[in-house]
Design a protein around this ligand. Sequence first.
Ligand code: DC
Length: 222
Amino acid sequence: MQIEIPVIAIDGPSASGKGTVAALVAARLGWNYLDSGSLYRIVALAASRGGVALDAETELAALAQRLPARFRQGQVLLDGDDVTDAIRSEACSAGASRVAALEGVRTALLELQRAYRQVPGLVAEGRDMGSVVFPDAALKVFLTASVESRAQRRYKQLIEKGLPVTLDDLLQDLRERDARDAGRAVAPLQQCADALLLDTTAMTIDQAVGRIVMWAGERFAV
Ligand code: DC
């Protein structure tokens, strides 16, 4: 008999804190963790380094299919080069959002993402984890927060890093990204009918992690 490897799918908009929350849930459970957004970011970076245009779907899909990326102790390596910080740049965020809208790229990354489903379980985070990549996930969470509080959190992070940003610019940027991620034709960001809503506007990270671990306890023998 084949044993089903459990998956927790966490989807939600940009800057909702789902990356931090998902990584902590995975650590608490001792499960594997997939940050699917980083794959789109790596495709965008590999394209810009390789001189591939961000709308050249066939070439981008081929690039995604044989992505020479590796994850090692919190580091992201592209062709052996440490790109952990480079993929978080504003240019890469914008590029990722563009390549993520291409069906060929999304299809090319499907198998790679599903390969993360390893024992004892997987916490996968992104936009289409519950709807497309792991539709059979036994726990699906739609993690969100108001756009104002997401902008405020991002503002605090960037100011702490000494980066010159304004709250108004961040708000506008988030609204644009939300509209692009939710409005695209392929795999748009959406709350699945079977996903539990977790609005973290008035919650701390610890509270959000605790809630998901509690839901996991109700569904899996963890
Ligand atoms: O989560 P993130 O900000 O690192 O994602 C980067 C981009 O990739 C963002 O524009 C949304 C897109 N993305 C996606 O389309 N599907 C996913 N499963 C994850 C991210």
